[in-house]
Ligand binder design. Structure first.
Ligand code: ATP
Ligand code: MG
Length: 568
């Protein structure tokens, strides 16, 4: 799998954005310079959709020998916070990308943005509007519906300067005035109908503190921030296509841009089935207690996926695979999971664990001089295809745990696992044959009695007789207790909120099942955050903060392969 810095794997993807960069550089645009940026707003943590934007921006910079900056577009004092800044930087590093140069902040440009706003006022291209937000919004009209010019539109520039400076000085109440660009109230592109550049907010900003009483809108800040930094290719998602005309108008009307104006290109957002990619929804999931936090392993946030055990290399491979397109689409979450599985299959250490334990007693198992069951250490490979992963010794004895599913008193057709009279292999251990079982009041087995073949050490019969099933097991006396969380989709609807449905209506009430599992002793030394394959069960990550807690990363079955087969 390729990594961003892997020198040997440079068959870089090709797409319309890269084609444009190739054409621009060939034409000598920006003197061949390529500079991109990833511009998150620090009002939440990153999600896997951001990974697509990150891979694109950093990927292009790397492929074209350019730079990619990290800039926080922090223009909303009410919703932003330093904890998001720190978290986003952490997530970016985990994903495997490092920004060029210092981290940038739109808030560092508030002074420059203010000067440029005055420049527009001086040119008669901006005015202070005393109307409230609702009135301004009503007057915008709509597509094919005329806009209405504000009664304050023709204010003199002296009056505009005076009012704007007093807005800045904090003389007026929140919401009582705004600064608007004076463009065209009849423009077909709604964005050009005198958009708001500054709002009055007597709010504390996590970085500029109480310095400002007015804050630029995202629209006024975004394109100019790109220009201040020398961005050449300003890549953003499709919903900003309409804004391009506005950003170009701003850049064209500012006299002293330090660099040539950047050019915006839009690409499709990443969407996944059974997933909502919106910080607003995440915040509600967290605030309403549907999940434990932004890093809950059911969340599509990078910190959630990290805790779930998703390897960053697999996320990078996935976003590279789906590529960059101009139309929005929704990818199957099973495709992402198949990338995770492929990566883990290659690298995850194998271990045995029993999730729903059923007790097994081997009636003919030998006891030692003290009357205790003997313990035999059996050698088990750590990875079936990678000898360098080595082996480990696992204790086997006369009292074991097996999976409840792996025993049936009355086996249905084609059930080849353990049942009375049936012989199976306990992996790397011995062949055992079930004799009978104790059951509870509901008829569920509580203990299975077996005999074993002492000549089958290592799990093979000396006479070469065949058994149809190989099962995992854990020695009861040596088992390590663990809490294992099994996850299902957070939203049952493949397209939550589609067709006018309410997103939260399809919240899956059983998205997490927690079981008390029995693990082989080697897992007592599991590394925090490491992912193991529990044989026959799937991939499981230890919680970074508590290695007796495991999160199921993905199951073993490749659902994506099945989906593809069905579609053929
Ligand atoms: P949200 O709607 O969840 O608040 P956002 O788009 O407002 O997300 P930003 O922090 O503004 O989040 O996004 C930073 C960058 O990531 C932007 O350039 C944005 O276009 C891009 N981005 C956000 N979501 C996706 C996505 N699903 N797929 C690809 N790029 C995305
Ligand atoms: Mg945004």
């Amino acid at each position: 799998m390729s990594t961003p810095n892997d020198e040997t794997d440079r068959d870089s993807p090709s797409d319309f954005v890269r084609d444009k960069v190739v054409a621009d550089t060939a034409a000598g645009k920006y003197h061949g310079r390529v500079q991109t940026r990833f511009p998150p707003e620090p009002n939440g943590f990153l999600h896997i959709g951001h990974a697509k934007s990150i891979a694109l921006n950093f990927g292009i910079a790397e492929e074209f020998g350019g730079e990619c900056h990290l800039r926080f577009d922090d223009t909303n004092p009410e919703t932003e916070d330093q904890s998001y800044i720190d978290g986003i930087q952490e997530d970016l590093a985990w994903l495997g990308f490092s920004p060029s140069g210092e981290t940038k902040f739109a808030s560092d440009y508030f002074g420059q943005l203010y000067e440029w706003a005055e420049q527009l006022i001086a040119k008669g291209l901006a005015y202070v509007d005393d109307q409230d937000a609702e009135t301004i919004s009503e007057q915008r009209g709509g597509f094919g519906q005329p806009g209405v010019e504000s009664p304050y539109r023709e204010r003199s520039s002296d009056e505009n300067f005076d009012l704007f400076r007093r807005m800045k000085a904090g003389e007026f109440e929140d919401g009582s005035r705004v600064l608007r660009a004076k463009i065209d109230m009849q423009a077909d592109n709604m964005q050009l109908r005198d958009p708001v550049l500054y709002r009055i907010r007597h709010a504390h900003h996590y970085r500029t503190l109480d310095e400002w009483n007015i804050y630029p809108t995202y629209d006024w800040a975004h394109g100019q921030s790109d220009a201040i930094e020398g961005t050449t290719h300003s890549l953003c998602t499709l919903e900003f296509a309409d804004h391009r005309g506005l950003y170009d108008w701003f850049l064209a009307n500012i006299d002293d841009l330090p660099y040539e104006a950047p050019e915006q290109t839009e690409f499709a957002r990443l969407n996944l089935t059974h997933t909502v990619m919106s910080k607003r929804v995440f915040r509600r999931l967290v605030d309403d207690g549907h999940v434990d936090g932004w890093d809950d392993p059911r969340m599509p946030t990078l910190r959630g996926l990290r805790r779930r055990g998703y390897p960053p290399a697999a996320i990078r491979a996935f976003v590279e695979h789906i590529g960059v397109a101009k139309t929005n689409s929704v990818h199957d979450i099973e495709l992402l999971e198949s990338f995770i599985r492929t990566e883990l299959n290659e690298h995850a250490t194998r271990r045995m664990a029993v999730l729903r334990p059923l007790q097994v007693t081997i009636t003919n198992w030998p006891t030692d001089a003290g009357g205790q069951p003997e313990v035999v250490m059996v050698e088990v490979a750590n990875h079936p295809k990678d000898e360098s992963a080595g082996t480990r010794m696992v204790p086997f004895s006369g009292e074991l745990w097996i999976e409840q599913d792996d025993f049936k008193l009355e086996p249905p057709p084609k059930y080849f696992r353990l049942s009375p009279g049936r012989e199976v292999r306990l992996r790397a251990g011995f062949l055992v044959t079930a004799v009978d079982a104790d059951v509870d009041a509901d008829g569920h087995p509580t203990l299975v009695r077996c005999t074993y073949d002492p000549a089958s050490a290592g799990g093979s019969a000396p006479d070469g007789r065949k058994v149809k099933a190989t099962m995992h097991w854990v020695s009861a006396a040596h088992a390590v207790d663990a809490t294992v969380h099994l996850y299902d989709r957070l939203f049952t609807d493949p397209h939550p909120g589609s067709d006018g449905a309410e997103v939260f209506d399809s919240l899956n009430p059983s998205s997490r099942e927690t079981v008390a599992a029995k693990l082989e002793p080697a897992l007592a030394e599991a590394n925090p955050g490491e992912v193991y394959q529990f044989e026959r069960l799937g991939y499981f990550a230890t919680d970074p903060g508590d290695t007796s807690v495991f999160h199921r990363t993905v199951g073993l079955r490749d659902e994506w392969a099945n989906i593809q087969k069905r579609r053929q």
